[in-house]
Design a protein around this ligand. Sequence first.
Ligand SMILES: [Zn+2]
Ligand SMILES: [Zn+2]
Length: 346
Amino acid sequence: MKVLTFHAPGDVRIEDAPEPTPGPADVKIRVRACSTCGTDVKIYNHGHHHIVPPRVMGHEIAGEVVEVGADVTGWAPGDRVQVIAAIPCGRCGECRRGRMTVCPNQVSMGYHFDGGFAEYMVVPRNVLDVDGLNRIPDGVSYAEASVAEPLACVLNGQNLARVGDGDDVVVVGSGPIGCLHVRLARARGAARVFLVDLNRERLDLAADLVRPDAAICGAETDVVDAVMKLTEGRGADVVITAAASGAAQEQALQMTARQGRISFFGGLPKDKPVVSVDSNVVHYRELTIVGANGSSPAHNKEALQLIASGAVPVADLITHRLPLADALDAFGIVARGEAIKVTIEP
Ligand SMILES: [Zn+2]
Ligand SMILES: [Zn+2]
C-alpha cells in the first residue's frame, strides 16, 4: 500500500509499505479521508519530539473497518468510523477526574502510532480502551467526519472559555480552526462574531465561507481599535486567539470586556512562549484567561453530532480534496494559506 512517511525534518516521502496487521485487541481500517492541518506542516518542517521516524503521518482520520481483532467486540467490517487523534490513558488522576485533554500520559495517532495518510491503518487498542473509535452518523461523509477531530478541539476551547448566548466573540486567525470557531460560536448563540487575520487574502476566503459580522485585517487596521468601535467601547465577551502569535495574545487583553474570557487556543512557537500581561487589567476587569489542549473522546463524539445535525456545517470548509499521491502538494497549499481545509483521500 501507499503511505506518507516522516523520515526527518524536510524529508517526508510517499512510499510503499506492507499493509499493517491488527493485533487481537486492534481494529484495521481502510482510510477514506484524512485531513491536513497546520500541525502537519510543522512536523514536515521541524519534526516533533514525540515522533521517532519513520512514522506514517496524519491524525484527522475517517475510514471503514475491514478487520477486527479476535478480542474486539462491537465492531464489524463495513462500519464507518472516525478515530480520535489524542489518546488519553484513561487511568491517571486527570483522566479519572474527567480531564482527559490534560492526561500527562497522552499519546497520539501519527506520532506514537502510524497515522491516516495511508490506504490502511491499525486503530490501536489504546484508542478502543478509551472509547475513541466513533461511528460516523448517517448522512455524514468520510471527508466531513475527518474534520470532527479539529472541531472537537474547538469545542473543548469554547467550553473552557464558556462561549454562550449573547456573547460578542472575536476570533483571531482565519485558518480552518478560526472558521470552525466562528461556526461553533454561532451555534452556541453568540450575538456577533468578528474574524481577524493579518493576511487579507486568507481573511477574505474565510469570510466568504463563514460570514462573520465583521472581518478585520490586522495589516490594514488597528484591531483593538476596530473591536472597541464595533462593541461600542465595551470590548468582546470572548477573544479566541487561533494563531501562533504572542502579539495577538497581548492584544486580546486590550479588547476584552469586563468579566470577559480569553482563550489562548493556539500555542506559541517553542522559542517565543513568553508574553506580557497587565495583571491589573485581569484583576480589575475580572478577566479569565484559559488554554486549550486538544480534545477528549467525548468531544469527538459531540463534534460528529454537531456536524450531523447541521449545527456546525463543515463540508464547504473542505476547499481541496487530493489523492495520497498529491499529499506533499497539500502541505504546500496549507503552508501558503491558500486553502481552508485540505482533505487527503487515500
Ligand atoms: Zn490537526
Ligand atoms: Zn490519563
